[in-house]
Design a protein around this ligand. Structure first.
Ligand code: COA
Length: 169
């Protein structure tokens, strides 16, 4: 059962776009919550190239979501973590609500990602929580195996001509 919330998220937390200086804080959160190492160069690249959302409190980064280009008009949501002490208070939802219009404005027509319960550091319970979260946000499972679920969501009409992200994959 979640802590009742009004959808505005926990107090004292600000949302902003990610920058290179956030990489150590993101890696720290991944180590703490996912119990696995992360590749700093890959994260730095993704923050530099694509919209992202960082949630920060006085104590540092408490949540993040970042992306990578999947095709010229599709984005992959690469990784998202909310500190376990702050979950079920609307923070993750606010972050996705902030990110999606930025992705749409950048020319992306939809998003895809995979949730896999077989990754080191995950569990069936955790995968079920994530799947419930994304279904609630309008994402659909388009393909599933015993361990993985591929999600997608269409963002709607194309952004004005010229906004689509450039070159072929
Ligand atoms: C998935 C995750 C990002 C959700 O963040 P969050 O801040 O807890 O999400 P919210 O509080 O905004 O949840 C919004 C809604 O999603 C659904 N939801 C979220 N967590 C849920 C859970 N554990 N069980 C069932 N539904 C859940 C609910 O409908 C919830 O609304 P409600 O609290 O009013 O019922 C967070 O649980 C997390 O970091 N998990 C570990 C990392 C991970 O799995 N990342 C995603 C990989 S695909």
């Amino acid at each position: 059962m979640g802590i009742p919330h009004d959808g505005s998220g926990p107090a004292g937390i600000t949302l902003r776009g990610g920058v290179a200086g956030d990489v150590p804080g993101i890696i720290d959160l991944i180590r703490r919550e996912n119990h696995r190492p992360a590749n700093p160069d890959r994260i730095r690249r993704r923050l530099a190239q694509m919209p992202s959302v960082i949630a920060a409190s006085e104590s540092g980064i408490v949540a993040f979501i970042y992306c990578r280009r999947f095709s010229p008009d599709l984005v992959e949501l690469s990784n998202m973590v909310v500190d376990s002490s702050l979950r079920r208070r609307g923070l993750g939802g606010r972050m996705v609500d902030r990110l999606e219009p930025q992705l749409q404005a950048a020319g992306f027509r939809g998003a895809v990602f995979v949730n896999c319960r077989l990754h080191v550091g995950t569990s069936d319970q955790r995968a079920a929580a994530a799947r419930a979260f994304w279904l609630r946000r309008g994402y659909q499972i388009v393909f599933a195996t015993h361990g993985s679920a591929v999600f997608s969501k269409a963002f709607g009409p194309a952004a004005p001509e010229g906004d689509a992200r450039g070159t072929a994959a």
